[in-house]
Design a binder for this molecule. Structure first.
Ligand code: ADP
Ligand code: MG
Length: 710
């Protein structure tokens, strides 16, 4: 194995981005004019002529072939939750003499036509118009992926229906980036910035995951089919000692991480931080933040790389939000900020009064956005697996609130009560309108890990997202709701004119702070009392995915997404349908797996356990030895066998009822209300039986085997 530790540190610099068709490669290989045109297309969204596209495609192919690629693919993100690809060799039709040429045309680079009918469309696309298009996203660089199949040129693309409706994650993301760019530029212009050309959302997505042994994984039908354990008694030790968190990496894991990093660096993914997470066998990887669409693509690459590399190391990477009951699940922290092309972060408290006022307006606009559309933000993190995590005393509750930190909250409170703020806690004095906000230092406030949406110095961290999910959806929502808040503020500021500007900003900040103060919560988000308090404040609490989905098609959402051209009403309805369907299908697969595992593996083991005990009782009796203890356990086991058997029947009938439900929402609700509880009912007696039975008889690896023995 190739060990960086044995090599020079600058090895990383050598390999970083070597498999990426990035700017430096383009600059080197493309004719200057072509490069400039492509650059303009990337920066300004201008069209590429067919000749220019042909030249780029040709060079991209040459470069890819030099790096060993034989095939290319349009790499896209349909609404299946994973990426999709269809490989095409570079060969063109054989010539008369039987030889082939290798080619990639501009047309092939820009547009692909996968059959769209086999991807989820939520009714957007009838089979007679099955055609779908993948369209090159030139803002996210092409890259070469290597695996057992060789090297493959991956061209990031958006995926649309024949009639132009978005069938993927990327299209709405790009639209939302344009929306927030437009409105944020308006805002910075009003504050006197004449030079910025663009405001770009930046995203850093911290990824949590579990690593277990692959052999053991393959012995668990539940993990193979559903990604999580459907049965399993808690091990004697969980995460109570906190000894795993930030602990030294086990050698096998360290080796795995080494290879993950190396592969990611080759792909230009700035993997930066790695450490053990709270639960046994749980880890985290954080890359450095990048432009939102690149970060979203890179997060997909990270997830795929984790999985592929794990397999090579005879390990298995679990991305499910809750692979094990009783210990923490996994999420993804979506760090988000808005940065101009000149590098100014709008979420950075400024050093001058002028910047401070802009900062306070941006902050209060974000408060307004999150308060108005808390349901949408919650929905963007809705995922079948995440239902098992949110609100479970390990992850934020299903209630959206914003953590600002003591200092900022104090500023807002003063603004609301007196119209201006002075004597800011900890640091200096703040006046608004005409005055100074002393530099709000990054660490003026403690952290709050229980908040779903926390301000962390110069960015917001949205912590609800599930570990398996694309981070596209939360960023689509963030970009769009903030675009709306900026638009409303700019409308008022522009109407006030230059003379009225100072007063208008002051009034807006004060008004937004007062109107949306209810969304600010600095306390313990995991506590019961917060649930009660949030209810009193009128904040939505949407505990399950099924509760969250309707937010997508509310009148308010339709208007919001329509105003900014992010989703049409049809696209929203299709996403709603897909989500209900996904929920029902996922739970149905879990229930079927559970039944199969129970009837074929675990129930027989329970029978064997009972048999072993009764054999034991018989032989002891013959020897005249007291059998009361054995009989007691046998009775307990018998009771559990009966309980499990009747739970199995209940589950079967709950599944039948759910299958017969008509309509996406009704069916999903039936799965949630009847099938999920029936599954829990079956699990309980089986997990208790596991604790009573000889380990030799238990046919699947236990929690202790999976989490501790690696
Ligand atoms: P924290 O300790 O607050 O979580 P880190 O510096 O460790 O902060 O960063 C966590 C993640 O947030 C990383 O992925 C990092 O790149 C990202 N991040 C840092 N600054 C920003 C920013 N301005 N915008 C978006 N993401 C950011
Ligand atoms: Mg963090």
């Amino acid at each position: 194995m190739n060990r960086i530790a044995d090599e020079k540190g600058n090895h990383v610099q050598d390999i970083f981005g070597e498999d990426v068709f990035n700017e430096s490669v383009m600059m080197k290989r493309l004719p200057k004019k072509v490069y400039e045109k492509l650059k303009r297309a990337i920066d300004e969204g201008s069209e590429l002529s067919p000749e220019v596209a042909d030249t780029i495609a040709h060079e991209m192919k040459e470069w890819a072939m030099e790096r060993g690629a034989t095939h290319f693919t349009h790499w896209f993100q349909p609404l299946t939750g994973v990426t999709a690809e269809k490989h095409d060799a570079f060969i063109s039709a054989p010539m008369a003499d039987g030889r082939v040429l290798m080619s990639l045309s501009g047309k092939e680079l820009i547009k692909g036509e996968p059959d769209a009918s086999s991807f989820p469309s939520g009714g957007l696309r009838a089979t007679f118009e099955a055609r779908g298009y993948t369209i090159w996203d030139s803002t996210s660089p092409a890259f070469i992926r290597r695996d057992e199949g060789g090297a493959l040129l991956c061209i990031p693309t958006a995926f649309c229906s024949y009639t132009g409706e978005a069938l993927d994650q990327k299209t709405p993301l790009l639209r939302s980036m344009e929306a927030v760019n437009r409105e944020a530029l308006r805002l910075v212009r009003l504050f006197g910035n004449r030079t910025a050309k663009k405001v770009i959302p930046y995203v850093g997505a911290e990824q949590e995951y579990f690593i277990i042994d692959r052999e053991k994984y393959l012995k668990r039908m539940d993990m193979v089919f559903t990604g999580r354990t459907l049965f399993g008694a808690a091990p004697p030790k969980g995460q109570e000692l906190d000894d795993h968190y930030f602990g030294t990496l086990r050698p096998r894991i360290a080796g795995f991480m080494h290879d993950v990093n190396e592969e990611l660096w080759r792909l230009g993914v700035p993997a930066k931080t790695q450490h053990n997470e709270a639960a046994p066998a749980q880890h985290e990887l954080a890359p450095i933040h990048e432009m939102a669409n690149v970060a979203v693509d890179h997060n997909q690459i990270i997830m795929q790389t984790l999985k592929r590399t794990a397999t090579r190391h005879s390990l298995r990477c679990l991305l499910h939000e809750k692979p094990f009951e009783g210990v923490n699940g996994s999420g993804k922290h979506n760090n988000w900020s808005l940065v101009t092309d000149e590098g100014v972060n709008l979420l950075d408290p400024g050093k001058t009064p002028h910047e401070n006022i802009q900062f306070l307006l941006v902050m209060t606009c974000i408060l307004r956005a999150v308060d108005r559309h808390a349901d949408l933000l919650r929905e963007s993190a809705a995922d079948v697996g995440n239902d098992r995590r949110l609100g479970g005393n390990e992850a934020p509750p299903a209630i959206i609130s914003v953590f600002l930190g003591e200092q900022l909250e104090d500023v807002l409170e003063q603004l609301v009560s007196t119209g201006h703020a002075e004597g800011v806690k900890k640091s200096g004095t703040l006046y608004t309108g005409v005055s100074t906000l002393s530099d709000i230092s990054r660490d003026a406030t403690d952290r709050n890990r229980t908040s779903p949406f926390a301000f962390t110095g110069n960015k917001f961290e949205f912590r609800m997202v599930g570990s398996r999910d694309s981070v596209a959806a939360p960023n689509v929502v963030l970009n769009t709701i903030v675009a709306e808040a900026f638009r409303d503020a700019c409308d008022e500021l522009e109407a006030a004119g230059p003379e009225g500007f100072d007063n208008c900003v002051h009034d807006l900040i004060k008004r937004y702070a007062a109107e949306h103060q209810r969304i600010v919560f600095n306390g313990n988000g995991y506590s019961e009392s917060w649930v009660t308090e949030a209810k009193r404040r009128g904040l939505p609490n949407l505990p399950s995915m099924v509760d969250a989905i309707p937010a997508l098609t509310s009148e308010r959402a339709v208007r919001l997404f329509g105003d900014f051209g992010v989703f049409t009403p049809k696209e929203l309805t299709s996403r709603m349908e897909i989500k209900y369907e996904t929920y029902s299908k996922d739970i149905n697969i879990e229930a079927r797996t559970m039944l199969e595992m129970f009837t074929k593996l675990l129930q027989p083991a329970m029978f064997k356990g009972a048999r072993q005990l009764s054999d034991c009782v018989n032989s002891l009796k013959q020897a005249g030895i007291d059998t009361s203890v054995q009989l007691e356990i046998l009775e307990e086991l018998g009771e559990l066998i009966r309980e499990a058997s009747s739970a199995r029947k209940e589950l079967l009938s709950a599944m039948k009822n759910a299958e017969n439900c008509i309509g996406g929402r009704a069916q999903a609700a039936s799965y949630r209300d009847n099938v999920v509880p029936a599954m829990e009912k079956l699990r309980k007696p089986v997990d208790r039986a596991e604790m009573l039975i000889d380990k030799e008889l238990w046919p699947v690896p236990t929690y202790a085997d999976l989490m501790f023995e690696i």
